[in-house]
Design a protein around this ligand. Structure first.
Ligand SMILES: Nc1ncnc2c1ncn2[C@@H]1O[C@H](COP(=O)(O)OP(=O)(O)O)[C@@H](O)[C@H]1O
Ligand SMILES: O=C(OP(=O)(O)O)[C@H](O)COP(=O)(O)O
Length: 401
């Protein structure tokens, strides 16, 4: 496996890749859990007396959230209780001068890696390692640390190039995320393993079932994906109504796969028995799936009877993994399913991993304590790749000799 900070020689000049990619509202970068998590790695390195050079990206070129990292430096500083210098340059003379001037324990953040032309195109690590960006920075540091698990599915220069030319280590976030998110595939659990799957994308759910079907005892379904499974089981739900494009395209593309999964793994797959909708007075209404006879309404959550069915399954589990929300939890009326399963997990001492950029946000939004969960991932795309057995270029680059 990869080397960690425990293996790092003392007094190094360390180049560290973080993932500080954050929501930006009206030009203001929003503080979020990524800062809090990466602070642990940065603090540990600075306190150990290393010279710490940080790299990260923000947004994609052309998008509104493609902004400088200047604000990120201040937010990170507030999480580590020490200054974080910032230089508006990725690897030019100003960046090199700032790196060379660092004293032991000092922290410097370089400009958004995606402002460097060589960062972005997805290319092989060998190609990335041979860019001017990587070669130049590598000459001015002793070691490379990748802490950006949530960006590790990208084969970008700052993620896959440096491990080929510098001694490379996993930061604390990389280490924790990798271990927890891979555990469903790699660990043996004594008791029942349950996976809560929902969200908007049927292919995520299908890929997870195909990859982990032999490891998971029960899949508890909800969300848009769950409705498509209900449709495959012969119910009048999971259809696009006027102005919607959630369902029909996904249905065309995945119908056969969903039907055969229900055939082959029906015993493992639990579907909602009731669903929630917005009634005439804008309140939450619920209806049993068996009583739905018309395709006339949008369903925005699983119902309370479904939560009552899922709850004891979770409480009887040795390990529970969550991918995707069971409803439109951002609207409090339709958070019953998602918060119901999360509360059941929090109240038991099972091993648990909650992931998916959106789903894990529900924990904070509804005042639950992250410490009641085994691991709450800060990754979206990388988490689903871990669950579906897809490689992570950044992890592979870190693990090669
Ligand atoms: N029935 C539903 N109708 C509309 N949106 C839903 C429904 N169920 C779940 N969602 C939405 O799915 C989103 C999460 O989907 P997804 O991106 O697949 O998961 P994640 O972000 O957790 O990886 C949530 O923001 C939630 O609002
Ligand atoms: O936020 C990220 O991924 P996520 O949206 O899957 O959580 C990463 O920073 C990767 O960003 P990208 O999808 O622009 O490459």
């Amino acid at each position: 496996m990869f080397k960690t900070l425990d293996d790092l020689d003392p007094e190094q000049r360390v180049l560290v890749r973080l993932d500080l990619n954050s929501p930006v509202e009206d030009g203001e970068v929003q503080d979020n859990r990524r800062f809090d998590r990466h602070a642990e790695t940065v603090r540990e390195l600075a306190e150990a007396g290393h010279r710490v050079v940080l790299m990260a990206h923000q947004g994609r070129p052309g998008d509104d959230d493609f902004v400088s990292l200047e604000q990120h430096a201040d937010i990170l500083a507030s999480h580590i209780d020490r200054d974080v210098g910032f230089v508006p340059d990725t690897y030019g003379d100003a960046a090199i001068a700032a790196i060379d001037a660092l004293e032991a324990g000092e922290v410097l953040l370089l400009e958004n890696t995606r402002m460097c032309d060589e960062e972005l195109p997805e290319e092989d690590p060998e190609v990335k390692a041979d860019t001017e960006f990587v070669r130049t920075l590598a000459e001015h540091v002793d070691a490379y640390v990748n802490d950006a698990y949530s960006a590790a599915h990208r084969s970008h220069a700052s993620l896959v190039g440096f491990p080929l030319v510098l001694p490379a280590y996993a930061g604390r976030v990389m280490q924790t995320e990798y271990e927890a998110n891979s555990s469903i595939a790699t660990r043996e659990f004594d008791g029942q393993v349950t996976m809560v799957v929902g969200g908007t994308k049927a292919t995520d759910v299908i890929d997870v079932m195909n990859n982990l079907g032999d490891k998971v005892d029960q899949f508890l379904l909800g969300g848009i994906a769950g409705e498509l499974f209900l449709r495959a089981a012969g119910n009048d739900v999971g259809f696009d109504l006027e102005g919607m494009d959630f369902f029909d395209d996904q249905w065309e593309a995945n119908r056969e796969t969903i039907e055969s999964l229900l055939d082959e793994r029906g015993d493992q797959i639990k579907l909602a028995v009731d669903l929630a909708y917005e009634d005439e007075t804008d309140d939450r209404g619920e209806i049993a799936v068996a009583n739905i006879t018309e395709k006339d309404r949008a369903y925005l959550d699983v119902g309370s009877m479904t939560v009552d069915e899922y709850d004891p399954i979770i409480r009887d589990s040795e390990a529970v993994f969550v991918k995707g929300a069971l409803g439109l939890f951002e609207d409090e009326r339709f958070a019953v399913g998602t918060t119901g399963v999360l509360r059941a997990i929090a109240e038991t001492d099972c091993f648990s991993v909650v992931g998916g950029g959106d789903t894990s946000r529900a924990i904070e939004m509804y005042g639950m304590d992250e410490d009641d969960f085994g691991h709450v991932s800060i990754a979206g795309g990388a988490y689903i790749r871990a669950l579906t057995g897809a490689p992570l270029a950044g992890v592979e680059a870190l693990t090669q000799d």
